[in-house]
Design a protein around this ligand. Structure first.
Ligand code: KIV
Length: 272
């Protein structure tokens, strides 16, 4: 039952590569704080992704662009502290690596130093290859991110399926191979056709983690608030609800309000 492993040995890049070699799927979820990450780690998740989706989930922004390096550090530090087992990857936020290679390395080192995460993820392909190589040369494991790259949402013009046309699919495959050769231990593939994700997965040495990329990637990731039914009105085709925690939260809040208003809470045994 590898998906609920009781082996609490910390997962590393080597473990992930070995899982790919063994054909064992990698289960990843996002998390943005200590308490949630601790629950996920104790439940046996393989990897936690501190996503810049925290910009939407935690801060309520419309997209991922506004979140800062320091805000990512605040979230990632709590997640890293919680994980005895899971491999923790943190997003480098928009603007922290696009300006220059030097600034990319400086921000990457800062995030690693101040959080304790195991790796960083950057969006983009050949355009950011120099920066990716320099960060890896600094001793930091890097994961790429291709397909729908939310930091470029204004350029892409929407959150639809990517690489359905041949030219974009060819570029994506070339980007994936270039990132792999540069030393990335893996690549997240977001919202691309399943057959393309299969080709990429079979063409690279590193792992692939899919979100809306079909069943053939080495692992899957979901934004946990979406996967656990906490975000109303957001249910794209690739999304499955593994729980309805949103309703659970609302029921708990109603029960609390009722108990307070009827002076049922606190009762005698709950008072000093
Ligand atoms: O920020 C995020 O949540 C992501 C997803 C691909 C998991 O990058």
């Amino acid at each position: 039952m590898a998906y609920l492993s009781t082996d609490k040995k910390k997962i590393t890049v080597n473990t992930l590569l070995q899982m790919k070699a063994n054909g064992e799927k990698i289960a990843q979820l996002t998390a943005y704080d200590y308490t949630t990450a601790k629950l996920f780690d104790e439940a046996g998740i393989d990897s936690i992704h501190v996503g810049d989706s925290g910009s939407n989930v935690v801060a309520g922004n419309a997209d991922t662009l506004p979140i800062t390096v320091d805000e990512m550090i605040f979230m990632a530090r709590g997640v890293a502290r919680a994980c005895n087992h899971a491999f923790v990857v943190c997003d480098m936020p928009f603007g922290s690596y696009q300006v220059s290679r030097e600034e990319g390395v400086r921000n990457a080192v800062k995030i690693m130093k101040e959080t304790g995460v195991d790796a960083l993820k950057l969006e983009g392909g050949i355009e950011i290859l120099d920066t990716v190589k320099a960060i890896i040369a600094a001793g930091i494991p890097v994961e790429g991110h291709l397909g729908l790259t939310p930091q470029s949402i204004h350029k892409l013009g929407g959150y639809g399926l990517r690489a359905k046309e041949e030219a974009e699919a060819e570029k994506l495959l070339a980007d994936a191979k270039a990132l792999d050769e540069a030393g990335c231990f893996g690549i997240t593939l977001e919202k691309v056709p399943a057959q393309l994700a299969k080709t990429v997965t079979e063409s690279i040495h590193g792992i692939t983690i899919g979100i809306g990329a079909g069943p053939y990637t080495d692992g899957q990731v979901l934004v946990y608030t979406d996967a656990f039914g906490m975000t109303e009105g957001f249910k794209p085709k690739f999304q499955r609800h593994f729980a309805e925690l949103g309703q659970g939260f609302k029921d708990a809040v109603s029960a609390y309000c009722k108990a307070v208003k009827t002076v049922d809470f606190p009762n005698e045994s709950e008072s000093y």
